[in-house]
Design a protein around this ligand. Structure first.
Ligand SMILES: [Zn+2]
Length: 134
């Protein structure tokens, strides 16, 4: 078995990734999606639109194209609301852990109050996000 041909079979993994992307894009086009002139802000590949949704096939996630100042404001608001919710959820998780090991009634009360107000805040955040148009 000659060892000199070993390199022939060793191709760069990047080539494989590209092949998969091209195949995915071809399938998207076949399914009725259109390729846009805009590119993904994260990876630079062309974006696709299918129905109302614009997305990046490579990152596999929706992308919002900002056309007006209003779009931008709405997007910023959504991002702020979403990150607030993430922070609150993380805090709730922390408090759950703390609650488990806490026996001091006063602290338990304080944790309980915090929990209930954070849950209320999350509910409000979700309502606000649901209200923003499609
Ligand atoms: Zn992308």
């Amino acid at each position: 078995m000659p060892t000199s041909v070993k390199g022939v079979f060793h191709y760069h993994p990047w080539l494989r990734v590209v092949a998969i992307e091209v195949k995915k894009m071809a399938e998207l086009l076949k399914s009725g999606a259109t390729m846009l002139s805009e590119t993904c802000p994260e990876c630079g590949t062309p974006l696709f639109r299918k129905g109302k949704e614009t997305f990046c096939a490579k990152c596999n996630k929706p992308v919002v194209i900002i056309q007006t100042a209003e779009d931008e404001t709405r997007l910023r608001t959504d991002q702020v609301l979403e990150s607030s919710e993430q922070i609150l959820l993380a805090k709730i998780q922390e408090i759950n852990l703390a609650l488990k090991n806490e026996n001091d009634p006063e602290k338990l009360m304080a944790y309980g109050n915090a929990l209930s107000s954070w849950l209320g805040a999350i509910e409000k955040l979700r309502r606000l996000r649901a209200r923003s148009p499609e």
